[in-house]
Write a protein that binds this ligand. Structure first.
Ligand code: 8IG
Length: 276
């Protein structure tokens, strides 16, 4: 449904599907609106209970426009948590560009959350690191991004300011809670192949610190929708050519599991801040 639309009407079409999904979401959540959404990337799902105990969970494919995720470690589940009279949803799993459904499918979760009222979008991911300052196993704040995908979720004359894509206030709150947390520029890569060592050298020279295959389009869609964005990465590998070894999916999940004890309290604090 996301790839067969004529140019020109596609963003409006996507917003309509998001409004339908939001209506269905709110029926189930049982409130007139939600306050925040957490998108859980690889490695973060297991730490998501730090956000709170869900009072509701269901397969994301039960909402209009959502696709069954194909990437390993992505369950494709919607959860809802309450904190006082605030509500957040957790999207455990996301659609990636490399799955081939296009940028509108990639940002549908973000658009749905915003159509349901979310003013804060927390985007998490697993990524590679280009710098020893952001070591394997550690979480990092995304300070800014470079979009290498040559894709955009915005079709039409939608000129969105991207000066502070990743909220300085939310970053400051996380840094105050975890002063040791690092911060870096995230390079968004189409995938699914990792970069070549030459591509990593190119990125390094352009100021990239972290590299992954998600987040950038969702952040753009969130800013267009007027929401604040927090970007959290978990470094699971050194980028291609920087370690002596090749990149493997198993290694990623292993590192992610070991990081759970550090990610869980971080997510608790983020939930406390964004649902205050
Ligand atoms: I996990 O090194 C993970 N995702 N593009 N490069 C890119 N995506 C990634 C990497 C990486 N590690």
């Amino acid at each position: 449904m996301w790839t067969d639309r004529a140019p020109g009407d596609r963003t409006e079409y996507a917003e309509n599907v998001a409004r339908q999904a939001a209506r269905e979401l709110l029926k189930r959540v049982g409130t007139s609106g939600i306050d925040a959404a957490f998108v859980m990337g690889s490695g973060w799902k297991e730490a998501a209970d730090g956000i709170g105990e869900p009072y509701l969970r269901f397969p994301v494919t039960e909402l209009p426009g959502f696709l069954a995720p194909t990437a390993a470690g992505h369950a494709g589940e919607v959860r809802a948590i309450r904190q006082g009279d605030r509500v957040a949803i957790i999207l455990a799993g996301r659609t990636h560009l490399y799955e081939g459904y296009g940028p509108l499918a990639v940002v549908h979760g973000v658009r749905t959350a915003i159509a349901a009222g979310a003013r804060t979008i927390v985007l998490t991911n697993a990524c590679g690191s280009l710098t020893a300052d952001l070591p394997v196993g550690a979480p990092a704040l995304i300070s800014d991004h470079i979009n290498f995908t040559a894709q955009t979720p915005l079709i039409g004359a939608r000129f969105v300011d991207l000066t502070d894509v990743y909220s300085p206030q939310l970053r400051a709150a996380v840094s105050a809670f975890d002063p040791a947390i690092g911060e870096g520029v995230y390079g968004g890569w189409f995938g699914p192949a990792f970069e070549t060592p030459a591509e990593i050298r190119m990125m390094k020279s352009l100021g990239v610190d972290l590299v992954g295959m998600s987040t950038v389009l969702e952040a753009i869609a969130a800013r267009e929708g007027g929401a604040e964005v927090l970007g959290l990465s978990l470094v699971t590998n050194r980028a291609a050519g920087l370690a002596g070894t090749k990149l493997s999916g198993a290694e990623v999940l292993e590192v992610a599991n070991a990081a759970i004890p550090r990610l869980r309290p971080l997510l608790s604090e983020v939930a406390r801040v964004v649902l205050a």
